[in-house]
Design a protein around this ligand. Structure first.
Ligand SMILES: C[S@@+](CC[C@H](N)C(=O)[O-])C[C@H]1O[C@@H](n2cnc3c(N)ncnc32)[C@H](O)[C@@H]1O
Length: 208
């Protein structure tokens, strides 16, 4: 199965409805806000939003950050640029696969991965790319659903996860091993909804 093409097609189809579903769920906005608080963005910093979708993060960003947004779906990214315009924000937006980022190493101070890791087809390659484009001392802001690192998915959860991956999102990815793959260090992690299925987290790249 060509998951990249499938994601592009299905998110192009979901785009008109996305904000009416995801944008209306209070716990998702609270989790997103909490992850951004942990990231402590500062004016002048370069921020990459990976799998930016319709840009629900944009209105929550600190003033004065320099934003680049990438996504694989033209329809989602089109809504993201429209949201930026509506909020008088100037952003750069590009159609791009999260696992093959077209940026030089050390280009960003912070990368946002909000509802992204559970959806991209290759989370390991994505995390390696994110780590590559982060500057030394940079950090990632994560908000997503994960299987706890010390848990083993039950057969029921595995079956539900397989089904959910096709139309929505993976339920059984684990953050810890992905951070190891990117060489990033977990700095903070908190439950952020649905009994701990969602977490808000921050991880840092070493300064040297
Ligand atoms: C659940 S949405 C999250 C959107 C946004 N980050 C948010 O928090 O609302 C997942 C997004 O991932 C994008 N996506 C899926 N696979 C991708 C890939 N390989 N590279 C970049 N974006 C991808 C989809 O097009 C969709 O916009």
């Amino acid at each position: 199965m060509d998951w990249l093409r499938w994601n592009r097609r299905r998110y192009d189809a979901y785009a008109p409805l996305y904000d009416r579903v995801v944008g209306q769920l209070g716990f998702l906005e609270r989790g997103r806000r909490r992850a951004l608080e942990m990231a402590q963005l500062r004016a002048g910093e370069r921020v990459l939003i990976v799998a930016a979708g319709t840009g629900l993060d944009l209105p929550l960003l600190s003033a004065g950050v320099d934003v680049v947004a990438i996504d694989i779906s033209p329809a989602m990214l089109g809504r993201c640029t429209a949201r930026a315009t509506a909020h008088a924000m100037r952003i750069q937006a590009a159609l791009m696969d999260a696992a093959r980022l077209g940026f030089a190493a050390a280009s960003f101070d912070c990368v946002l991965l909000h509802l992204a890791i559970a959806v991209v087809p290759d989370p390991g390659a994505t995390m390696r790319e994110v780590a590559r484009v982060l500057a030394p001392g940079g950090r990632i802001s994560v908000f997503d659903k994960f299987l706890p690192d010390d848990a083993v998915a039950s057969p029921l959860r595995r079956a539900a996860g397989a089904l959910a991956s096709i139309v929505a999102t993976n339920l059984n990815r684990q953050l810890g091993p992905l951070l190891v793959e990117g060489g990033l260090s977990l700095r903070a992690l908190e439950p952020a909804g649905l009994g701990g299925l969602f977490v808000a987290a921050r991880a840092d790249k070493a300064t040297h």
